[in-house]
Write a protein that binds this ligand. Sequence first.
Ligand SMILES: *Cc1c(COP(=O)(O)O)cnc(C)c1O
Length: 406
Amino acid sequence: MPMRIGRTIPPAAAPIFPIDIVSGVVGFFQRRKRVVKFEEELKAHYHVSHCYTLSSGKAALTVILKALKEMSPGRDEVLIPAFGCYSVPSAIVRAGLKVRLCDLTPTNFDFDYECLSAILLNHGSKILCIVSIHFFGIPADIDRLKKSISDNNIFIVEDAAQAMGGEQNGRKLGTLGDAGFFSLGRGKALSTVEGGIILTNSHDIAEYIDRVINSIPDYSFPEIISLVIYALALLIFLFPSLFWLPKSLPFLRLGETIYDPDFRMRKMSSFQAGLAKDWERKLLLFRDIRLGNMHSLLDRLKGLCLCFSWLKREPLPCLIRLPLGIEDLSKREHLLKMSELMGLGIIGSYPDSIDSIQELNFDSHDQNFNISKKLSRSIITLPIHPYVNRNDICSITDLLTQANNL
Ligand SMILES: *Cc1c(COP(=O)(O)O)cnc(C)c1O
């Protein structure tokens, strides 16, 4: 693929402003007090009694899982969708647990409940918890999940990594399960370079989390310096006029989703908590911009049979990327190639279903995950973040229209 020099839209991005970096440095000197302040703000906003901040969403999930494992030592499996981010199985393995997969319903990215009941019937006694994921920010039905589990010993963990700021029937995503977490990574709704947040209202779970957290180290001083440098780089290079540069450097591995249980686990630094200053305002601002971009895209794409959109519900949920299904594989290939050449930030979702991760050694005869495989192969996502402008929206919709007419 030839290297592109010129306007290149990142597939997903939460802006970091110069003032944020100043707040980060101020936060750094306030030490632990700054982190506690951020956690108190989160507790008040989400009406939860316990909140913890860490170095990533993966780290947050690992801590939750380790705490649950201590609470129910007889259970060692975590049930997750077979479609999705490789961070989730990485965290499960890091916590010393086993991955159990369930296929999805293609129309809403939620569990296939027939498949789920069969798994619970056959393996229920081994299952420690079910991780429900709000893919792209589309709310999964946590109430339905609760109703379909008769076994009170199975916990529900809400993966709201992509859904910070989202709601379902007036209830805030991230607070609907026994424990929930957000990611503050580069491509999420809000970013502190990297970061993760745990929320729970359960005093029992919190008691166990307190113990697990105690064994997690702080960032070292050199690690914090590298976070500061990374924050400065994001400040500069997320602009589409400059993003082509980091994108052309393969060692940065931008946009790759990798399976790796040996990720870094740290408590959130006071620099990151400082970067998050004014997070409620930024979260709303970015959300409104993304919603506006999403409406513009959907308006201009009306009537395209190429695009099957899952977003028929009103009001539209708060997404971080707009997913569309492209059934025709050669059209999809063409679209992704053209987007790459034109720097439009349209990408696929996840490379393959979770059972294809070699290291996890799934027995392929056991179960098939046809829907998850099909979703992995047919989805494209359109960028809707704050760096996307009117011209970009026209270029994206023109490309989709042109591909449709092929
Ligand atoms: C990003 C993401 C995670 C992991 O968050 P990190 O901060 O990148 O570790 C977990 N689950 C989902 C669905 C995600 O999108």
